[in-house]
Design a protein around this ligand. Structure first.
Ligand SMILES: *Cc1c(COP(=O)(O)O)cnc(C)c1O
Length: 469
């Protein structure tokens, strides 16, 4: 590649990105396309001869962009955010240009050191004690898998990796029935098995697990001769933000010497605001915590912060050192691939460093604070609107509501039709969940560039669409 061409197209891509962000409000949040629409418009095979970049870039704009769901759209209220703050996107451009493989200290000296520093910054910003160390994993799913593998190995005296699970005591792990499917998956992959993930019903206003029920389940398993390995608690589960009482769960777990992993993938970002830390009171007692700066905070995907009390246990579980991965002559070397399941890793620390510096903790706290305030205000508005009802109140910036006009026969069907019609309309984008077996519409306020007006406009769109149903 001629470096003048590289310059021309790199500059063009950066300009395109800036313009894209500027004009996002004018685009539908979700495209009106069907599965396979794009496939029919693409050639069946890769070209044998090189094509002009001009054509490729033109096809990107013409074919790809109109078929994308715009996650950075200020009126995106679906799922959870996957924010990519503009200045952190700039960091990603640099990281992509260097394209380092950050598996070992020696393959990425400054990236490894920077990761140690920014993980410490983030830990302090979240109000976690200095006793926690951490790593940037690719996803919360991976962090949870690493934590489950660690609890498995600790429970087996580190014999599982060597001997396998056949002939070992039956391991048991506990979580509320509200937790994310990444926990089930980690249990599958770790060989513990779905039948050994004990789901404790979420109860009370926060739908957290009842500590007495947790204790009873652990005792019953001990009596049956099983081996409890750990507890996975959740702060801000995906459906309606269900949250366990971390202090109470930790107290029960510690009584039985069990490892505690806390999944705060989404809500963890809000813990940079001291006023929201009551949501995870007792977190100091956890052994492992995951929160995703790639959700609410604004670090582009993938950037999942995994904090651990005893890195040695994690490394003993996941480190594997063939000759070609050894680093000689350096003491105190951190090789982050030994803290994670995949060997290869991107330079993730750079975007977090740019993010924290370019916006400052105060700027990020203000964003989170605004989102929570706007969600609470919108929930109030909806509660006061005829034919609508709040189903679950705001947990931080997430709440659910239902369209329930008098005389409507099948509210589940009506609300699903409303979700689909709102999303086809394109002015905003919402998703549904089930609350106590019935459909509710989820709203989370969390887009990095959202304004109060975007949230009000989104509500106007939902009301308009409902009136036309
Ligand atoms: C998003 C989410 C996850 C999964 O996160 P990934 O980084 O996509 O693996 C897990 N738990 C909760 C509570 C989440 O919100």
């Amino acid at each position: 590649m001629n470096s003048d061409d590289f310059e021309a197209f790199a500059v063009r891509a950066a300009r395109w990105g800036v313009d894209y962000r500027r004009t996002l409000r004018d685009r539908p949040v979700r495209p009106a396309v069907s599965p396979g629409d794009l496939i029919g418009r693409l050639p069946a095979a890769a070209p044998d001869s090189a094509e002009p970049m001009e054509t490729i870039v033109g096809d990107f704009e013409r074919l790809i962009v109109p078929g994308m769901t715009h996650w950075q759209h200020p009126r995106f209220l679906a799922y959870f955010p996957a924010n990519a703050a503009p200045m952190a996107v700039v960091a990603e451009i640099y990281a992509s240009a260097i394209a380092a493989q950050c598996m070992l200290w020696q393959t990425s000296p400054a990236a490894t050191d920077l990761e140690r520093v920014v993980v410490g910054w983030l830990r302090d910003a979240l109000g976690l004690p200095a006793g926690f160390d951490g790593v940037l994993q690719d996803s919360a799913s991976t962090a949870t898998l690493a934590a489950v593998l660690t609890m498995r190995e600790k429970a087996l005296g580190f014999a599982g990796n060597r001997e396998g699970l056949v002939g070992q005591p039956r391991l048991r792990v506990y979580a509320s029935d509200q937790t994310h499917t990444s926990i089930d998956k980690a249990i599958w992959i770790s060989g513990i098995g779905q039948d050994n993930l004990v789901k404790i019903p979420g109860t009370g206003p926060n739908r957290g697990m009842d500590p007495a029920a947790l204790d009873a389940a652990i005792r019953a398993d001990l009596e049956a001769g099983h081996r409890p390995a750990g507890v996975i608690a959740c702060v801000g589960a995906t459906g309606v933000g269900s949250t366990d009482d971390i202090a109470a769960v930790v107290a029960v777990a510690k009584k039985h010497a069990l490892f505690v992993h806390v999944d705060a993938a989404w809500a963890g970002s809000a813990m940079i605001c001291p006023e929201f830390r009551a949501w995870w009171a007792g977190i100091d007692g956890a052994d492992s915590i995951v929160m995703n700066p790639h959700k609410w905070l604004g670090a582009p995907f993938e950037c999942s912060a995994h904090f651990v009390r005893e890195p040695a246990d994690l490394v003993r579980t996941l480190a594997i050192r063939p000759e070609y991965l050894k680093t000689y002559g350096k003491s105190d070397v951190v090789n982050y691939s030994e803290w994670s399941v995949p060997l290869g890793r991107r330079f993730r620390a750079l975007k977090l460093w740019f993010l924290l510096r370019a916006y400052g903790l105060d700027g990020l706290r203000r964003m989170i604070h605004d989102h929570v305030a706007w969600a609470e205000a919108l929930a109030k508005t909806i509660a006061a609107t005829p034919d609508f009802e709040i189903v679950t109140p705001p947990m931080l910036s997430l709440f659910t509501f239902r369209y329930s006009p008098a005389g409507a026969a099948d509210l589940d069907d009506l609300n699903m039709r409303l979700v689909n019609a709102v999303n086809d309309d394109g002015r905003t984008y919402v998703t549904q969940t089930k609350v106590d077996g019935r459909i509710a519409i989820r709203i989370q306020v969390g887009s990095f560039d959202a304004t109060r007006a975007d949230i009000e406009d989104s509500w106007t769109a939902i009301k308009d669409v409902a009136a036309r149903l």
